[in-house]
Ligand binder design. Sequence first.
Ligand code: UDP
Ligand code: UDP
Length: 476
Amino acid sequence: APPATKSLGELDGGARPHVMFIPSAGMGHLLPFFRVIAALAGHDVDISVVTVLPTVSAAEADHFSSLFAALPRVRRVDFHLLLFDASEFLGHDPFLLRWEALRRSAHLFRPLIDGAAPRVSAVVTDVTLTSHVIPIAKELGVQCHVLFVSCATMLSLLAYTPVHLDKKAEQGPGVGDVDIPGVRRIPQSYLPQPLLDLNKLFTKQFIDNGREIINADGFLVNTFDALEPVALAALRDGKVVPGFPPVYAIGPLRSQHNSPEVEKEEATGSPVAWLDGQPARSVVYVAFGNRNAVSRDQIREIAAGLEASGCRFLWVLKTTTVDRDDSAELTDVLGKGFLERVQGSGLVTKAWVDQEALLKHPAVGLFLSHSGWNSVTEAAASGVPLLPWPRGGDQRVNATVVVSGGVGVWMEHWSWDGEDWLVTGEEIGNKVKEVMSDAAIRARAMRTGEEAAKAVAEGGTSYRSMQQFISSLKTT
Ligand code: UDP
Ligand code: UDP
């Protein structure tokens, strides 16, 4: 549990704030919400969580259950989505479709917020819903904060993109590189791919949300000052967009209670048990997040690369975007021969793992990752070097932070989704071997890990930001 600070009720004699969280979909969005909720539950605050069932993935359902089991005082507020005809979006990512379904049902948040007892003092929404939730909160006279689940650099891109596009429209079609004032230039090839097409559903949401966020009361961001000093300063100084709301850098966020898979993992044969038997810093941990299906051909190259590297490895392999759909057998995907050859030195699993715990294990020496933002912050917190291999979305932007923040090294030219060439096993194997034996990279990652620990310790930058956020809840 977080250190018990002064009770806010005691501080000024006022009523306890009641915070209503409105998370979106996808584990990359839910986990940071759950971590903030658990941190806040240690304070004198009432908490409600808007919950949409059924969830898109099985992992989300498991984690909702364990949140409410671990924190019985946190209220579950059920939300029923309106029927959403997705036929015009055939082939879209199911999580993006859930965001859209939530956006189209968003007017129903109004009675939920308005009718809650005790009276809601603040809403904390996922960024994907902001353009709908902020106006509702304003109408009701309730504070509206955004829990931003990516990096501060990405937040600056979200805030600046509408400005950039307005300027760009005068010069002709196309998006081009985005030069974010005070932050950095983001080359067009690093942008989330859908942003290159203004008609894409993601782009419409991104622009609507980007225009509205200036009206938020504050941003909670899962980063820390030492990791992104430039982007945080530019946002706070109004260089990105004048008059930007307060930005509370409160990361790296951590789980406060055991994840649902801990018990399962304690069984022998689990990834943790397997890591226990490996030498210190000898294992490459490979995982591409919870919603990135790498192509079968690329999976075979990764397998060849890991084998050729001669390093031990733990590989969490997902073959579908939604875990419920995953019926592929490892032997079909990787071949029986590979699994036999690597037996003992490599472990491949399709199960949900407690990644945060795995990264803290002393046997892990490198993380080959898609650089989803939660994964980056978990690596940073553990001082484990990260070799980012972005697959899409914000992941190339995140990779720039991996490099600038000393978390790892990035092979910028490696292909991502939609590019029709494969990174060869030979190249993967060489790079993995090289980074595993690079003492300078390891030392830098460890220093970043120490900075992360300092940030969240009592008196640290993230600790103080969290205190400021909690104090701000009392100002209305
Ligand atoms: N995760 C996990 N076990 C898994 C897969 C994912 O614990 O088997 C966690 C991971 O630690 C991270 C989150 O799920 O906290 C994924 O978020 P991230 O931003 O890294 O990537 P996304 O999945 O959103 O692309
Ligand atoms: N995002 C945003 N505004 C939006 C929608 C998304 O800033 O309106 C961010 C979101 O935080 C995410 C990133 O854009 O980190 C890329 O989204 P993606 O589709 O890759 O999904 P995610 O990685 O969040 O699961």
